[in-house]
Design a protein around this ligand. Structure first.
Ligand code: CMP
Length: 139
């Protein structure tokens, strides 16, 4: 049975382009409820920790540098089948492969600057939500 929560970040280029409001509107219109939200600027160390699972990948250094280059908006979301439905809503990692109408098709610039993060499993959604928010901050 899949879970009801997922975690997303509006990434630095989308925040810089003043797209966070439009992106959050699309997320709410798709039926997700905001459980927790904050804007913050990750240090390179914290960004590296968040993406530690990718630390062997060739793009890890670029990813950490980019994700610590400006403020992000971190959000916990709730909906039935949240992880899978959110990944459908945002589209493929590479915006050139993302389906029409998806958030990445509409707002992303490239595979690295791809507007939003989305958890890839229920287990990672819980880990990622707790990376940013205490239990008392999620309601
Ligand atoms: P995200 O969903 O945040 O999870 C890992 C991120 O790594 C992914 O989105 C992309 O932004 C980034 N990424 C994946 N593949 C590449 C790549 N080939 N080059 C640069 N960044 C990548």
């Amino acid at each position: 049975m899949s879970g009801n929560r997922t975690f997303t970040m509006v990434k630095p280029e989308a925040v810089e382009n003043s797209d966070s409001g439009a992106i959050l509107a699309k997320i709410e219109e798709a039926g997700f409820r905001i459980v927790a939200m904050k804007k913050l600027h990750l240090s390179a160390e914290r960004a590296g920790k968040f993406y530690e699972v990718h630390n062997e990948r060739p793009f890890y250094g670029e990813l950490v540098e980019y994700m610590s280059s400006g403020p992000i908006v971190a959000v916990v979301l709730e909906k039935s089948n949240a992880v899978a439905d959110f990944r459908t809503l945002i589209g493929a990692t590479d915006p050139s492969e993302a389906a029409d109408g998806t958030i990445r098709k509409l707002f992303a610039e490239s595979k690295a600057k791809n507007a939003v993060h989305g958890s890839d499993s229920d287990e990672n959604a819980a880990i990622e939500a707790s990376f940013f928010f205490a239990e008392l901050e999620q309601f």
